[in-house]
Write a protein that binds this ligand. Structure first.
Ligand SMILES: C[S@@+](CC[C@H](N)C(=O)[O-])C[C@H]1O[C@@H](n2cnc3c(N)ncnc32)[C@H](O)[C@@H]1O
Length: 308
């Protein structure tokens, strides 16, 4: 499957969906220089900014021993893009539910069962959330607060916030109690590129000096848990993503859970490429939580990063 993208001069660039093996050797990185879009501004999106104009249909998904509701919205309606998984720098794939999100929830669920993880009272950040199902799972498991981030504000307005609302509503119906009383989830939503995101996140060091931000990240000013699924496909974005994590994760008691494909055909990133950035820096120790090789795509993994 291929996706098409037009630049301002109407020249059409073709790139491949990164799940697939390149058939001709003409992968993403071999394409002509992709047009660079200016990154969208970093901002907080309020729950009241939820989109009313885009059709949203909720459906159940069973994962990690729980049933979550996930929405379906059309990429055409939101971005006027047909059949596109991703347009680099413009739309980063947040409207689709990627397998890694479900792998991540399954891994979180088994770590909870084995007593290796607890969300109770924790401050959680889901990076590159799209549907936000891992963050919603963290809410259900007692997180004190969950902050969701996506590149595109439209994804938050049309999909993430409706998904959070649908799951809150499901909980209140199930418990037969008043919606307002049951909605004690503390959720906030942030849009923008990882380069500048620390400027809008409530718990992130604004100081660019690495020595000072590592020293400042105590529990009061940082996140306990960072979750992310399918965020490490673009090689050029990896250093920015890693720097952001270092600016907002509690030191030394924070933890990162990352789900990703081992390698993304056509774009060159992947879990192993990200781990080489982590290893070169030396701040975190990485351990493999689970591996999924079900033949539906290339091998997928979930990794845990802990400050050394
Ligand atoms: C392939 S989607 C994965 C969505 C979701 N986590 C899932 O697994 O279904 C990648 C996500 O990473 C985020 N992302 C990618 N590049 C980014 C960048 N440079 N800055 C901020 N977010 C980015 C986008 O928010 C996008 O939704």
């Amino acid at each position: 499957m291929e996706s098409e993208q037009s630049n301002s001069s109407n020249e059409t660039l073709v790139f491949r969906l990164f799940d697939e093996k390149p058939s001709s050797g003409l992968g993403f990185l071999d394409s002509p220089q992709l047009p660079l879009h200016p990154p969208p501004p970093c901002l907080e999106v309020l729950p009241s900014e939820v989109s009313a104009g885009v059709k949203y249909i909720a459906e159940p998904v069973n994962v990690g021993g729980v049933t979550l509701l996930k929405g379906r919205v059309s990429t055409q309606d939101v971005f006027a893009l047909a059949n596109s998984d991703l347009v680099p720098g413009k739309y980063e794939g947040g409207l689709k539910l990627w397998e890694g999100s479900l792998d991540l929830i399954t891994a979180l669920s088994s770590d909870i069962k084995e007593g290796k993880l607890s969300f109770a009272g924790k401050r959680v950040l889901e990076l590159g959330c799209g549907h936000g199902l891992p963050g919603i799972f963290a809410c259900q498991k007692g997180a004190a607060s969950v902050h969701f981030q996506d590149f595109n504000a439209e994804v938050l307005r049309c999909l993430t916030i409706p998904n959070v609302n649908a799951n809150v509503q499901k909980k209140s119906e199930h418990l037969a109690i008043d919606m307002n009383e049951s909605n004690n989830w503390d959720t906030r939503f942030f849009a923008g590129d990882w380069v500048e995101l620390h400027c809008v996140l409530p718990y992130a060091c604004k100081d660019e000096n690495e020595a000072s931000y590592l020293a400042q990240l105590d529990r009061a000013s940082s996140y306990d848990i960072v979750l992310m699924a399918e965020t490490v496909y673009s090689i050029s974005a990896l250093p920015n993503l890693y720097r952001l994590i270092k600016k907002c994760l509690c030191n030394p008691r924070g933890v990162v859970y990352m789900a990703a494909k081992k390698y993304y055909f056509g774009v060159g990133g992947g879990s192993r490429r990200f781990l080489s950035v982590v290893e070169n820096d030396g701040t975190f120790a990485a351990s493999l939580v689970s591996e999924v090789a079900d033949g539906s795509s290339n091998v997928r993994e979930v990794w845990k990063l802990l400050p050394k």
